[in-house]
Design a protein around this ligand. Structure first.
Ligand code: IMP
Length: 441
């Protein structure tokens, strides 16, 4: 029953899409688990953005698992995802127009729907919070998950029973419209228009909706390799991330069991994906963040390869905050996820630095923290303690094996491995599928 989870080890945008894409290829056929045949998204919603570069083509996906680019893969949107049906249909149409079939896509009937009032509430709440805002993606994600927890959410399966859909909508919309009008001074939503729009979505989505837990269970029973694709990342996890600057679901590996409906024993491999440096979109603490000229310099380096693009959020186009690699965070992420291996991405961006700081612990007052501090006030005010490694000057974007890397780059990888205690198996040195080097076990 081989199931692999791919999880972001930092604050998101680590390049999980590329890793899923690599695992889906035949190059992995020799691996114990066999080729990936099913890729499941297990949490989040269209707040996620996966960028995959294939030759001159760049695909930006929000909801559909990146495995869709491979004809042999069945992409699944699990019960743990909140689905904006309008965006999902748009994405299907965009992919189909570019010759990528979505015929195999499966969507869980238990997944919750993102409704227009979730999006509006997300927007007005962020405005209301002012300088205390979370800098959400404004896709209504938090409100959709809140309604799920409050048991007033509408689910994908409700689309196929108009009476139930309208009853639930009637109940919930009265409250939402009152909040929108009385607290935020916004215009109310028209119930008839929402119902009509969603019934039209139902027609389009019907062929894809199914009991995905049965499908995934059968795939596992038949020994087919299932890949569970986390969106966002460990430090954005609702329970374990830098609350409240987090997303409203559980990206950690344990979330895959809940959001896909599989058992913990099904998971055989947990791949953590980390950038060779760190980026974060949105507000919240970030001990290794760099500013000013140092940040501008790194930003420019990140855009050196135009196909990868400069560090803008895939979903929001916002400039990402930048910082040095943080081994304390990675150790924390490993504790939560139980990584069996790490993939380090965007290593090419670090070429040309004379020295590379890596954070190995934090200082708060006179106290040293080797592990992630439990109290938020410590984390918000701690300072990064760095070890400075020697940089390398050579262009590594075409390197295929660890032996071809400059010795300083090898030493950098080995240092991260030693600091995190997790073996690094893949290093990505550019956006293309080929710009990937595998490190033997
Ligand atoms: P929300 O998920 O839109 O509610 O946003 C909550 C926080 O998570 C914000 O700081 C977002 O910038 C961040 N976030 C959500 N999705 C992603 C993602 O896919 N990559 C990086 N950050 C994200």
């Amino acid at each position: 029953m081989p199931a692999t989870v791919v999880v972001g080890a930092q604050w998101g945008d680590e390049g999980k899409g590329k890793v899923t894409d690599l695992l889906a290829q035949s190059g992995e056929r020799g691996a114990a688990e066999g080729p990936v045949e099913v890729v499941v998204r297990y949490q989040g919603g269209d707040n996620a953005g996966h960028t995959i570069v294939v030759g001159d083509d760049v695909y930006k996906l929000n909801l559909i698992p990146s495995g869709v680019l491979h004809p042999h893969i069945t992409p699944v949107i699990g019960n743990g995802v909140v689905v904006n049906p309008h965006r999902l249909i748009e994405e299907i149409d965009e992919l189909e127009a570019r010759g990528i079939s979505c015929a195999k896509l499966r969507v869980s009937g238990n997944a919750h729907l993102v409704m227009p009032y979730h999006i509006e509430l997300d927007k007005v709440k962020e405005r209301y919070l002012g300088k205390n805002r979370l800098d959400t993606t404004k896709r209504g994600i938090g409100y959709a998950f809140a309604d799920k927890a409050m048991r007033v959410g509408l689910r994908v399966q409700d689309l196929f029973d108009r009476k139930i859909f309208e009853e639930k909508l009637d109940f919930v919309l009265k409250e939402k419209n009152a909040i929108l009008a009385k607290i935020y001074g916004s215009l109310p939503f028209d119930q008839g228009k929402i119902a009509a729009d969603y019934m039209a979505y139902a027609e389009r989505l019907k062929p894809y909706v199914t009991d995905t837990t049965v499908f995934i269970h059968e795939a596992l029973r038949e020994g087919r390799h299932v890949l569970l694709e986390g969106a966002q990342a460990t430090l954005l996890d609702l329970d374990h991330g830098t609350y409240p600057f987090v997303t409203s679901s559980n990206p950690v590996a344990g979330g895959a069991c809940v959001g896909a409906g599989i058992a913990p024993r099904d998971i055989t491999r947990v791949i953590g994906v980390a950038k060779a440096y760190i980026t974060r979109v949105g507000a919240g603490p970030f001990p290794t963040e760099i500013h000013g000229a140092e940040a501008e310099d790194m930003l420019e380096r990140s855009g050196r390869d135009a196909r990868a693009g400069i560090e803008f959020g895939t979903r929001t186009g916002r400039l990402r905050r930048l910082g040095w690699f943080d081994a304390v965070l990675l150790r924390y992420a490993d504790r939560l996820n139980g990584f069996t291996e790490l993939v380090i991405t965007k290593m090419d961006v670090l070429s040309g630095y004379a020295e590379l700081p890596v954070c190995t612990e934090y200082m708060y007052g006179d106290e040293r923290y080797k592990e992630f501090p439990a109290h938020q006030s410590v984390f918000h005010h701690c300072e990064a303690v760095y070890e400075r490694l020697k940089g390398w000057n050579a262009d590594i974007s075409k390197v295929l094996t660890a032996d071809e890397m400059p010795k300083e780059a090898r030493a950098f990888v080995e240092f991260l491995e030693m600091q995190t205690g997790v073996p690094i198996r893949i290093v990505s040195v550019g956006p293309e599928r080929e710009q990937t080097l595998r490190i033997a076990a």
